[in-house]
Design a protein around this ligand. Structure first.
Ligand SMILES: [Fe+2]
Ligand SMILES: [Fe+2]
Length: 158
C-alpha cells in the first residue's frame, strides 16, 4: 500500500505548483518566481527527509495504527540537526525574494501577492511550530532509544 502523503507534503506540492505558475510570467515577476522556485524546490527536498519523517514519528505516538511500529527515522533526526541552520538560512533567502516580488510596482497582481503571503505564512508556521515539533520528536526518539537500550546511556541495569 502506498503511504499517505503528509499534510506538509501536500502543502509543499501546492505551493510549488503555484510558484511554478508564476515563474513563466514576463519580466521581473517571472524572473523572481523562477528564482524562488529553485530555492524552494531544493529546500523542501531537505524538509522531506528531515522534518516530515520526524513529524510522522510524532504523529505515530498518537495514531500508532497509521505508522509501522518499527518506524524510527534516526537519519531524519540526524539530518534535521545537521541541516537546521542551513534550512533557516534558506527561509531568509526565500523571504528576500518574496520581499522583492512584493515591491514590484504595477506588475504584482492580486494572486501573486496572495502567494507571497502564503509562502511567508508557511515559513512562519514551520519556524514557530513545525521545526520545534520536529526537534522535540528527535529528542523523544533519542530518549526512547535510551529507555529500550539502557547500555547506550551507560546506566547500569541492576
Ligand atoms: Fe516547507
Ligand atoms: Fe521551509
Amino acid at each position: 500500500m502506498k503511504e499517505k502523503l503528509s499534510f506538509l507534503d501536500r502543502e509543499h506540492a501546492e505551493l510549488l505548483e503555484k510558484i511554478q505558475g508564476f515563474s513563466t510570467c514576463d519580466g521581473e515577476l517571472g524572473k523572481n518566481f523562477k528564482e524562488a522556485m529553485g530555492k524552494f524546490g531544493s529546500h523542501l527536498e531537505k524538509e522531506e527527509v528531515t522534518v516530515i519523517p520526524l513529524l510522522k514519528y510524532l504523529g505515530s505516538r498518537i495514531r500508532p495504527d497509521q505508522v509501522s511500529r518499527t518506524f524510527k527515522p534516526y537519519s531524519a533526526r540526524d539530518g534535521f540537526r545537521a541541516e537546521y541552520q542551513t534550512m533557516l538560512g534558506e527561509h531568509r533567502q526565500i523571504e528576500k525574494i518574496l520581499d522583492r516580488i512584493s515591491k514590484l510596482e504595477g506588475t504584482v497582481n492580486q494572486k501573486a501577492q496572495e502567494l507571497v503571503m502564503e509562502l511567508k505564512h508557511h515559513i512562519e508556521v514551520e519556524e514557530e511550530v513545525l521545526y520545534p515539533a520536529a526537534s522535540a520528536a528527535g529528542d523523544l526518539m533519542t530518549n526512547s532509544l535510551k529507555e529500550s537500550t539502557p547500555e547506550i546511556t551507560g546506566t547500569s541495569s541492576h
